[in-house]
Design a protein around this ligand. Sequence first.
Ligand SMILES: Nc1ncnc2c1ncn2[C@@H]1O[C@H](COP(=O)(O)OP(=O)(O)OP(=O)(O)O)[C@@H](O)[C@H]1O
Ligand SMILES: [Mg+2]
Ligand SMILES: [Zn+2]
Length: 297
Amino acid sequence: MQGQENIKRALEIAAAGGHNVIMIGPPGAGKTMLAKRLPSILPPLTLNEALETTKIHSVAGKVGADATLITTRPYRSPHHTISDVALVGGGGNPQPGEISLSHNGVLFLDELPEFKRTVLEVMRQPMEERRVTISRAKVSIDYPANFMLVASMNPCPCGYYNHPEKECVCGPGVVQRYLSKVSGPLLDRIDLHVEVVPVSFDQMTTLRKNETSDEIRARVVKAREMQSERFKDQKNIYCNAMMPANMVKEICVINDAGRTLLKTAMERLGLSARAYDRILKVSRTIADLAGTPEIKN
Ligand SMILES: Nc1ncnc2c1ncn2[C@@H]1O[C@H](COP(=O)(O)OP(=O)(O)OP(=O)(O)O)[C@@H](O)[C@H]1O
Ligand SMILES: [Mg+2]
Ligand SMILES: [Zn+2]
């Protein structure tokens, strides 16, 4: 299925480089289903990551008395009714929120526009800094929040905007308002945007033999190993998504043709410098998945 191949590929790239991804598509396209399968292709935690993740879970009292090291990447999927505090952390005796519990793992926000606007807004800073500072009258606590955001949404409230067969019944202005809820705060911080088309019964039954999760995961793990090697001298940088701006130029080298193409795209789409860097980092991850030293276009 065309659309699902797009999401699968985007999730593979996201898993390999630690990138954020949003899936946009109509009801029944398989967004939730594929996001739930993401853990099957995630790379294992490195020892450092495991230590950090275990530490934050134990602060939150989520590790039992027989506390052993957490060795699988966290995968958290809070419901859209979640409060600001439960998501980013806080309270009288400041506790880590979902963004810290998903440290070094995945935070899946299904139906993104359903979340409270304030919730989407308070996530912005932590996403940028990969940590969160919770200030109370007397104390200010820092918790790590290096998570990979995976989000899903419909293109409009009825779900069928731009659908090839079904008619969108949303009134004028409704679609705009729906998108504006997420566009300001979050959309420009998400590396990969994928659009999905629906699966028809015919397509579902004639699907060609798919790759298994293990096959995809093997590629992801290899790509992550290249990144571990690349960042071995950098403290606290584990994957391409975490690469600071000053390293991008040196690490994400593109050829002249690629640079021209990107420049044209930037001008036509009016992309920011931040978006430019993000495209380069994703390109690096795609090259890592292909096992090539150079970024090709
Ligand atoms: N390739 C597929 N093979 C088998 N079942 C599929 C496939 N794609 C989707 N489905 C099934 O279709 C149904 C809808 O999928 P899912 O709930 O993931 O859609 P969605 O994109 O999240 O829709 P919504 O926007 O309504 O949340 C599920 O029951 C899922 O199991
Ligand atoms: Mg869904
Ligand atoms: Zn609609």
